[in-house]
Design a protein around this ligand. Structure first.
Ligand SMILES: [Fe+2]
Ligand SMILES: [Fe+2]
Length: 371
């Protein structure tokens, strides 16, 4: 079945074309790789996995309860709008918000694949090209995984959110080689990673938990790559050049914040204009979502600080958004935890399979002895 049949809102053109800009760079130096970068490249090669084998696709998903989370987490829960809704409508709200969320993850992963391929082309150093090539493969596997999840298990998809699209557009159409890193590795991936993390930790359903944990395990390398490359490069930039990067980050963070509001789901559910307004207001006011939103900056803010874009102006922008305190988060600790969670899921999963195989063998033996 074509994905176009699953889109709630027709996406129109079959492709979205962003003009290419900047140079494709060759280098003739094959022997000056940085040890840290080459070690990351090695890890990128060692840690490839195959979603057809590692993920248990036989697990069932209820499209009306994809994550198995309580209704209290829905933005409009407890509002007059929610109270007026029929049980059927509430089911639709649950389905559409999960479909919207996972669709944005999927489009973001495709964006990440395209951005990392662009890094392969444009970055001047061979060690970075090598690493970015492994990331391109990682992102292809992520897009493959989310696409399968949406198509086979959720059965409904949303087009790309306009704010995410705007950020991807300005990231990809910039000719400076560091911009795909800043837009993609730091902002889009930083936000996605935090969103994956919240969902991985709150979901009670095994399939989305596996997917989120395994994807996150790879993302830790991607963040490390962005930090390493930009920290080295930004050290030598002029004040004016750094200022341009900061403007890009501030603008990008505003776009990311607005992307989270998900206006299109409410519009699509058949609510009146006034009700959409009510839902948006509830989204902005909801304590749960406010906490969720600031948590979503837990990976971006420390990373921006770490790469050396930490002027008073940028700090003020984060203070205005209410996320400045996220600068104290330890990215390394968060990423170590991501690794451990994925490893634990593997252990539990494969121990279970082992037990099942054992039971099967014992059963067969017993069968043989009684016949
Ligand atoms: Fe990814
Ligand atoms: Fe990534």
């Amino acid at each position: 079945m074509s994905t176009h049949d699953l889109y709630t809102i027709p996406v129109g053109l079959a492709t979205w074309d962003v003009g290419m800009s900047g140079a494709s760079r060759f280098t003739w130096e094959y022997d000056d790789g940085r040890d840290r970068m080459l070690a990351l490249y090695q890890k990128g090669k060692d840690k490839q996995w195959d979603s057809t084998k590692r993920i248990d696709w036989d697990l069932e998903v209820d499209p009306y309860d994809v994550l198995g989370t309580p209704d209290e987490m829905i933005a409009i829960y407890g509002t007059p709008l929610w109270d007026r809704m029929s049980t059927r409508m509430r089911r639709d709200v649950r389905l559409h918000s999960a479909a919207w969320q996972f669709s944005q993850f999927l489009h973001g992963e495709q964006g990440a694949m395209i951005c990392s391929a662009k890094i392969v082309e444009s970055v001047p150093d061979l060690d970075s090209k090598f690493y970015a090539a492994t990331q391109t493969m990682d992102e292809a596997r992520h897009a493959e995984t989310y696409a399968r999840f949406l198509q086979e298990k959720v059965g409904l998809a949303y087009p790309i959110n306009e704010h995410l699209k705007a950020l991807l557009d300005s990231t990809l159409s910039d000719s400076r080689w560091d911009m795909p890193y800043l837009g993609m590795q730091v902002l889009i991936e930083g936000l996605a990673l935090a969103a994956f993390g919240v969902m991985r930790d709150i979901t009670t359903k095994p399939l989305p938990k596996q997917i989120l944990a395994y994807v996150m395990q790879d993302e830790a390398r991607h963040v490390a790559f962005g930090r390493m490359a930009l920290r080295d490069y930004y050290r030598d930039l002029s004040e004016a050049e750094l200022r341009e990067r900061e403007d890009f980050v501030i603008e990008g963070c505003h776009l990311m914040r607005d992307r989270l509001r998900g206006r299109e789901t409410w519009e699509h559910l058949g609510l009146s204009k006034a009700e959409v307004g009510e839902a948006m207001e509830a989204t902005d006011r909801s304590d749960y979502l406010r906490a969720f939103r600031s948590l979503l900056f837990s990976r971006i803010v420390p990373c921006v600080k770490d790469i050396g874009l930490w002027s008073p102006r940028l700090r003020q922008a984060y203070a205005d958004m209410g996320v400045l305190e996220m600068a104290g988060q330890s990215l390394d600790a968060l990423m170590r935890q991501d690794e451990e969670i994925a490893d634990k899921i593997d252990e539990a999963r494969f121990a279970e399979e082992e037990a099942e195989r054992h039971a099967e063998v014992t059963g067969t033996i017993e069968l043989g002895s009684t016949s």
